[in-house]
Structure formats: structure tokens, C-alpha cells
Design a protein around this ligand. Sequence first.
Ligand code: SAH
Length: 243
Amino acid sequence: MAENNQGTSQNANVETQKHLLQSDALYQYILETSVYPREPECLKELRDLTAKHPHAIIAIPAHEAQFLMLLLKLINAKKTLEIGVFTGYSLLCTALALPTDGKVIGIDINREPYDLGRPIIESAGIAHKIDFREGPALPILDEFIQHEEMVGCFDFAFVDADKHNALNYHERLLRLVKIGGLICFDNSLWCGTVAGCVATLPEQVINATHYVIELNKALAADKRIEICQLPIGDGLTLCRRIS
Ligand code: SAH
């Protein structure tokens, strides 16, 4: 059936009924049925430790961690990048999903939260897959691009750091991730603020909305990638590099 890109208003209504999560109870159901019973002990330990941190909210939820692990295995990822490590929760789930000879480079401007999670990561037997770099991500990525052997060598990148640099990261990652590889942007729904839901959110969250909206627009228009924006966690946009 022919229709414009926006769909008819009747179709738009149908679309809004297609998401599943209508209550916190339903999300809890997913966690208790499919996530927690299958969660590796070390991830649970790090999730519990992270939950005590005053900024616990910035780590990805357990359901998204489970999704990322499955995704990494589905694409047979071997070399990956992570921008924004915090206590190392998404880094640990990445390392667990990679093969024994896999590598994840995790970049964070602040090493302190990672040092809290490090003992758990080290006792999980996967620390040899992790290369942590402390510093602002942009110059580190620019330095990687100078090394010919690093260009186009990554299977996967997970971006979960300063939102105002997301498009800058995207440009660098399009050099570093191979054609057919995935670049994933976390928080692409930004607590719903991208669609005008503001509820009672801290001012700095509201202030960054503009950057997330610009990122979403740019990704949707970017012919170098195929995309899918998933309503998991705070929104996760998958970008498959095609050129
Ligand atoms: N991915 C983690 C959470 C990351 S939170 C998880 O799910 O467990 C965001 C992180 O981005 C913070 O630790 C913050 O220090 C880091 N960050 C912010 N600005 C940055 C920058 N310019 N370069 C690198 N890291 C940055």
C-alpha cells in the first residue's frame, strides 16, 4: 500500500500500540523471567556494586547487557571499542561475549569508577581481553586513525559517553569500524525527551536533549549506514556500516 513517510494519522496510532512495555511490572517480568536467571555471577556482582554508586543510573540496564552479549556473539565480534566505561559493567559484558582471543578497548576520561569495578573484572578471568585507556575519547580515536592497521579493524563499537560529541565519535568510528561492522549509540531516546516528554528530569539531562535529537537526525540521514533504533533501556541505535 502506498503511503507517505510519516504514515497516515490512523497508521501512526496503530504504531504507538505496537510497543510491549506498558508497565514497570512488565519490565520486571522480563528481568525475572529471562535476564536474572541467565546472568553470569560476575555481571550480577558488578551490577550490585554499580547500583551503590551515586551515578548508578548511567550504567546500561541488565536487559540491555544481555542483548549486547547476544548481539556480539551473533556478529562474531572479535575486536571492539567502547567509549564510556564507568564502573565497567558494559565492558565486562562485552569481554564475556568475546572469544578468548577477542579484544575490547574501553576508553573513559575518568578512571576512578573503573577502578571500583576492576577487582570483579579481574576475578572473572576475562581481563586479558580488556585494554582500558584513560582520557578524552576524541583525541584517542584520532590517534587510532593514524595507525593504518587500526583503520577498518573493529567489528563493533559501543558509544555511551558525552552526548555532545556523539557525531564526532560517529565520524571517527566510520573509519575504525569495518564495512559490515556495527556502531551502537546508547541513550538515543534520552528519557523520552527527544519526543518532548520532560517529566521531572535533572536540568543537565534536559539540556543534552538537543544533541541526541541532532544525532538521531544525522544517523537517519546517513547513507553510509543502515540503522535500527531499538526501544531497549534508554534507547539503543544500531548502525551497520555499509560504505
Ligand atoms: N557504558 C557504561 C556507562 C558509561 S557512563 C556502562 O553501561 O556500564 C558514561 C561515561 O562516559 C562516564 O564514565 C564518563 O566518565 C565517560 N565520559 C564522559 N565524557 C567522556 C569523554 N569525553 N571521553 C571519554 N569518556 C567520557
